[in-house]
Design a binder for this molecule. Sequence first.
Ligand code: GLU
Length: 383
Amino acid sequence: MIQTRQDLSHVQRAIVKIGSSLLTDADTGIRMQMVEHIAAQICAMQQSGIQVCLVSSGAVALGRVHLGWLGKVLSVHEKQAAAAVGQSWLMEAYRQAFAHYDVQVAQMLLTKDDLRHRRRYLNASNTSETLFSAGVIPIVNENDTVVVEEIKFGDNDNLGALVALMVNADLLVMMTDVDGLYDANPQEYNDAKRCSVVHELDHDIMAMAGDSASQFGTGGMLSKLSAAEIATRGGVVAAIVNGHQQHVLNDLMTGKDVGTLFLCGEDRHSRHQHWIADVLDVAGKIYVDAGAAEAIAHKGASLLPVGMTAVVGDFDKGECVEVLADSLVIARGLCNYNSKDLSCIQGLPSKNIEKALGYMDFTSVIHRDNLVLTPVKPFHLMI
Ligand code: GLU
């Protein structure tokens, strides 16, 4: 288990996520020097026995350049078209850079749907295993042409975390253009300090993120923290490092004090909980009173109909719903009843379910085993 920077020397499999702002230039397209710099470091990791998978953004940004769509606000379909054009430029750059080391690369385009469907998930994970054994570097991006905003991973930081869990990696490295997480904005405050190791992603840490995204990618520091949260809860250590820094991956892997390292806490998600918390789509909302919120959040209780105050959405039994108290999402879970039946039993003691519905399959609305508390959110997003 990785508990210190020095333990990173035990990593066997790593995901390295690279953002658009590192790789692309608004005027000239791909930054070939950066791609070569990354390829050199990844090949050195591979030489030292670590299996590496890249998650790379850049398709939309490169597509913009090659289509002459700079500075234009793109519609969803234009973004998808740009991604389709840019993805081949992106892969060509990686292919050339890794060819210097005689290393093959493989393109893997995934959607969130692929991770939700058992067979497709298994296919993707088996393919990556086969690529790792063949010494090939898988390069993952979202399959932008077939997804629209609502069903996207959100950003490639999130995709990186989900891929890290899919391939059972030990480490997720997010390469960006800042040195790590700072306790204040380093561009505004001279005395801002970099956090070297984060043991727990609590409110204070989340509040350091700010909410600005960089110019080219969709992710900012906040999306990196949320990816670190998903990864560390699933048992994968995460790091944010500056991709411009020479040998930064080697420095990280040899225990030097670079970037910010996020260690895994005690409180881990099982695969089932990860599925509910990070992968499934939310089909509806259930509002609960203060007593139910307290019982769910602090007493390990299931959600009972008596604590429900409202049901929003049209969903089936078994679907994933959010549980809210005072408009704050406190948990997610798999529902034992459909939305119509829930509206009939809301506020009732469980012993009255049968009378209200004519049947009673479960005494709870969401059983504790299918309920996952929501991770901390930065204060400015809570309001
Ligand atoms: N898939 C997008 C691209 O390759 C990037 C999404 C992101 O960076 O978050 O351009």
